[in-house]
Design a protein around this ligand. Structure first.
Ligand SMILES: CC(C)(COP(=O)(O)OP(=O)(O)OC[C@H]1O[C@@H](n2cnc3c(N)ncnc32)[C@H](O)[C@@H]1OP(=O)(O)O)[C@@H](O)C(=O)NCCC(=O)NCCS
Length: 158
């Protein structure tokens, strides 16, 4: 059994006030920009949990449910949902925040990060996450299904 860290220990939130450089030719948030924020939040969350150097192995699920425009607030949040041997899964949610503070989910992505040693090889993660609520247990169980699916996908090449 590995020691545990709370999910809140590595929980990460990044807020962006959309500026011209974030916007595409259609006047909306550029999808590639959002992808880079998702990758960054996934990496920061994983680094905080592991205390190690990490790299991105995969990003699942990019479905842009609603657009965002200039001067809007976009909030990207990350928390760890599963820890494997050398990899961990971070759920990264992207929200559009209204003037009154209400948030609408724009996107949910699952980022798989891998911990690296000094030779940039995958290395075991020393600590698990503490499952302290029913929702965290549910997320962990769903994450196990996604991890298995990713393994099958890689093995079978689909
Ligand atoms: C990610 C990387 C380190 C994995 O190296 P590897 O030699 O394939 O490692 P392994 O097969 O031993 O797998 C290591 C772990 O990563 C997981 N993993 C590897 N590739 C994965 C993928 N495509 N999707 C999900 N998980 C993956 C494995 O399941 C394993 O997890 P576990 O230890 O928790 O069981 C390597 O592929 C790499 O360096 N990729 C480039 C990463 C990069 O540069 N990212 C920046 C963006 S380009």
């Amino acid at each position: 059994m590995r020691p545990t860290k709370s999910i809140d220990h590595s929980r990460t939130e990044q807020v962006h006030f959309l500026r011209y450089e974030d916007i595409n030719g259609e006047g909306r948030l550029f999808g590639g920009k959002l992808l880079s924020w998702i990758d960054e939040v996934g990496g920061i969350t994983a680094r905080r949990h592991t205390g190690m150097k990490v790299t991105t192995a995969a990003i699942d699920h990019l479905q842009f449910k609603s657009p965002a425009f200039l001067n809007q607030l976009v909030v990207v949040t990350g928390h760890v949902t599963h820890v494997g041997n050398s990899s961990l899964e971070v759920q990264v949610d992207t929200w559009l925040e209204e003037l009154d503070g209400r948030r609408h989910l724009m996107n949910r992505a699952y980022v798989t990060m891998v911990a690296l040693d000094d030779h940039d090889q995958p290395t075991p993660i020393p600590c698990d996450i503490a499952i302290e609520s029913e929702s965290a247990r549910g997320e962990w169980e769903s994450a196990i299904k996604r991890v298995e699916l990713r393994k099958r996908r890689r093995q079978e090449g689909f």
